[in-house]
Design a protein around this ligand. Structure first.
Ligand SMILES: [Mn+2]
Length: 405
């Protein structure tokens, strides 16, 4: 059985003022081509399908068009779960129609998929909350899938009966162990898919985009450890962290496929992949990352003058750039305009001001008896290399006066 694992499409995501939709279209086309070339039997999409709870029509259309193509006329199972960026209800809203194509959308952790069969021969044989057994047309044995969409603390309490004192890790572990024992044996392929934060106990917290941080601590725990996954499972397909990486090889390969595009500058140097998993009943899964080539590169660059920056920008079109400009003054409007004119993908220009070296014996002395306004002005000048303007000083005085009342 061949399974393609992908995640974190974040359809509709923007980078600053730029839409990434044209690139998302290209990279999803690439994923479709890989599925066709590799003749995969099932596609797993591990959450964060959309970037927001209320995606635009263009993003929605891209999702449905893509999963429809992946389903290959009902001959390939496509299972997608909700991530923390998705509205669970929105994800499930098209489930009824999607099922007739062999596409299963799971928004809530404990929803149960009804038994059905597509004309192409994808058949759901058994199901339970958080579990599916699917017969695929080209395989003589079934795929068992334990799946856990992202859920916030409130939802988890409702669906899984979590009480404050119980750690999420324990509750999920227990649920997975029960499903593993009840439904998974070596007569089929057993896989777990989830959207959450998992890490080896000795692993450092990864650098992740700001908007992904809160979920690292769902339920007040730091991370799901590899030992939470049941021994019957042969592969764990994770979504949430944007970097492709293996969390652990034990008890089975536990992987994040990562995003198909670099979505933030913290991912600037990363290569992007989908994961091809070849697995048969009772044998270890073989995992092959396939690199994705579509999409623009994100580059962080630092320059000491505008001329060098412009030269580099002109030599690197079709990229997104976060530009740091080191100088001893602020960047004037004219230079800024010239920079933006030189490149169509500047996301931000960060000024880095270096102050002229002050000789030790010239160190200005500060008299703490001075009034607050003049002390503030001196401090501001020290920090920012220029004196505060009138507007700021007026505001400062207002704050001081409000404090005194
Ligand atoms: Mn996520």
């Amino acid at each position: 059985m061949k399974i393609l694992h992908t995640a974190d499409w974040h359809l509709g995501k923007r980078l600053g003022e730029y839409s990434r939709l044209p690139e998302q279209e290209l990279v999803l086309e690439e994923i479709c081509q890989i599925s066709e070339k590799e003749e995969v039997d099932a596609v797993l999409i591990a959450g964060d399908l959309f970037d927001t709870f209320h995606p635009g029509n263009d993003a929605a259309e891209l999702l449905y068009r893509t999963v429809y193509r992946l389903s290959n006329g009902g001959q390939r199972a496509v299972v997608a779960i909700a991530g923390n960026h998705d509205s669970p209800d929105r994800v499930e809203s098209t489930d009824l129609l999607a099922r007739s194509c062999g596409i299963i959308f799971q928004g809530h952790p404990k929803n149960q998929v009804p038994l059905f069969c597509t004309e192409g021969g994808v058949r759901v044989l058994r199901s339970a909350p958080g579990f599916l057994e699917i017969q695929l047309p080209e395989c003589s044995y079934p795929l068992r899938l334990l799946s856990t969409p992202y859920a916030n603390e409130l939802t988890l309490k409702r669906y899984l009966g979590i009480k404050k004192s119980e750690a999420l890790q324990e509750v999920l572990k227990q649920q997975w162990q029960e499903l593993g024992q009840s439904y998974c044996d070596d007569q089929g392929v057993n896989v777990l898919m989830a959207h959450l934060y998992a890490a080896s106990p000795d692993e450092e917290m990864p650098e992740e985009p700001e908007d992904e941080k809160p979920v690292l601590h769902i339920g007040g725990i730091s991370a799901i450890g590899p030992d939470a996954f049941p021994e019957q499972v042969q592969y764990v397909a994770l979504g949430h962290l944007h970097r492709y990486h293996t969390v652990s090889q034990s008890p089975c390969p536990i992987l994040y496929s990562g995003t198909p595009l670099s979505y933030s500058f913290s991912e600037a140097e990363q290569k992007k992949y989908v994961t091809l998993v070849e697995v048969s009943p009772g044998t270890p899964a073989k995992v092959v990352p396939i690199e994705l080539t579509q999409g623009q590169r994100l580059i962080r660059k630092r320059f000491f003058n505008t001329e060098d920056a412009i030269q580099w920008l002109e030599a690197h079109p079709d990229t997104f750039v976060e530009l740091t400009l080191v100088s001893d003054t602020y960047i004037d409007a004219k230079s800024k305009k010239t920079l933006y004119a030189a490149h169509s993908g500047i996301v931000s220009i960060i000024p880095e001001i270096i102050r002229p070296q002050v000789e030790a014996n010239e160190q200005p002395r500060i008299n703490l008896q001075d009034n607050l306004s003049s002390l503030f002005s001196r401090y501001f000048e020290h920090k920012r290399g220029q004196t505060p303007n009138d507007e700021l000083m007026t505001l400062f005085r207002e704050v001081i006066e409000a404090e005194e009342v």
